[in-house]
Ligand binder design. Structure first.
Ligand SMILES: N[C@@H](CCC(=O)N[C@@H](CS)C(=O)NCC(=O)O)C(=O)O
Length: 231
């Protein structure tokens, strides 16, 4: 049986990491038998990140894209009913969610003081008390430096909302009244997009971004549908 190494459950979701939620949803869609193993510290994982899966031969496959590729190599086709053009669009939606929208969610959790207080405890209470404040302050400082490097960390909340709005419009237009991005069944793109939008909605302390998502009837219903169908 496959073991999914994942960050723990959090904020009402499978995991507080949307990439772990995505991996769990892909595993569910594949119909494979799997079990979860929660971890707090991913440093021993091949990429130093989660998710990863452990196979019965003892090997470990890190990264949700590689997990998808592994399942596909075993015969699963998440996008079986998609045309070549739809597959191209699917890939672009995945990248938009994972390489852009995701970082706005990270900025919301780590950059906003009220959210930081909650996530510091949710993510790092496993650390010994004596080093916790020091270590987490350094982690936050380093992460926010990375976010400044990306550019997102230099924007005001209003500028971030403006920047991400076209992404939300694109997702709404792609849904076009349908249940999922490419029709009435979830595909690989829904596992990425749904998990990342879901992580925005459940900001522990509401932010302008989480309110924007939660107040969008189409996108919030889509997230709920993804959770109910793939979760
Ligand atoms: N491209 C990776 C991204 C995974 C990722 O960024 N995981 C984050 C949690 S959402 C992580 O492990 N962060 C811990 C760290 O960077 O130390 C994937 O698709 O699996």
């Amino acid at each position: 049986m496959i073991t999914l190494y994942t960050f723990p459950e959090g904020f009402g979701q499978f995991s507080y990491s949307p990439f772990c939620t995505k991996a769990a949803w892909l595993l569910n869609l594949s119909g494979q038998k799997w079990t979860r193993k929660d971890m707090n510290d991913p440093r021993k994982m091949p990429f130093g990140k989660l998710p990863a899966i452990g196979l019965t031969d003892g090997s470990t496959i890190p990264d949700s894209d590689n997990i998808r590729a592994h399942l596909e190599a075993g015969g699963q086709d998440f996008d079986a009913e998609l045309t070549t053009r739809e597959k191209a669009a699917s890939w672009a939606f995945i990248r938009m969610a994972e390489e852009h929208i995701y970082f706005h969610q990270v900025q919301d959790r780590w950059g906003d003081d009220a959210n930081w207080e909650v996530i510091r405890s949710a993510y790092f209470d496993f650390l010994p008390l004596i080093i916790r404040r020091f270590v987490t302050a350094k982690l936050r400082k380093d992460l926010l430096k990375t976010m400044r490097g990306l550019g997102i960390g230099r924007m005001s909340v209003e500028q971030r909302l403006e920047r991400i709005e076209p992404d939300f419009i694109a997702i709404g237009n792609q849904l076009d009244g349908r249940a999922f991005l490419f029709g009435d069944k979830p595909t690989a793109a829904d596992a990425s997009v749904g998990a990342i939008l879901g992580a925005i909605i459940v900001a522990p302390v509401p932010t302008p971004l989480s309110r924007r998502m939660a107040g969008d009837p189409v996108l919030s219903a889509y997230v709920t549908r993804c959770e109910q169908t793939m979760g």
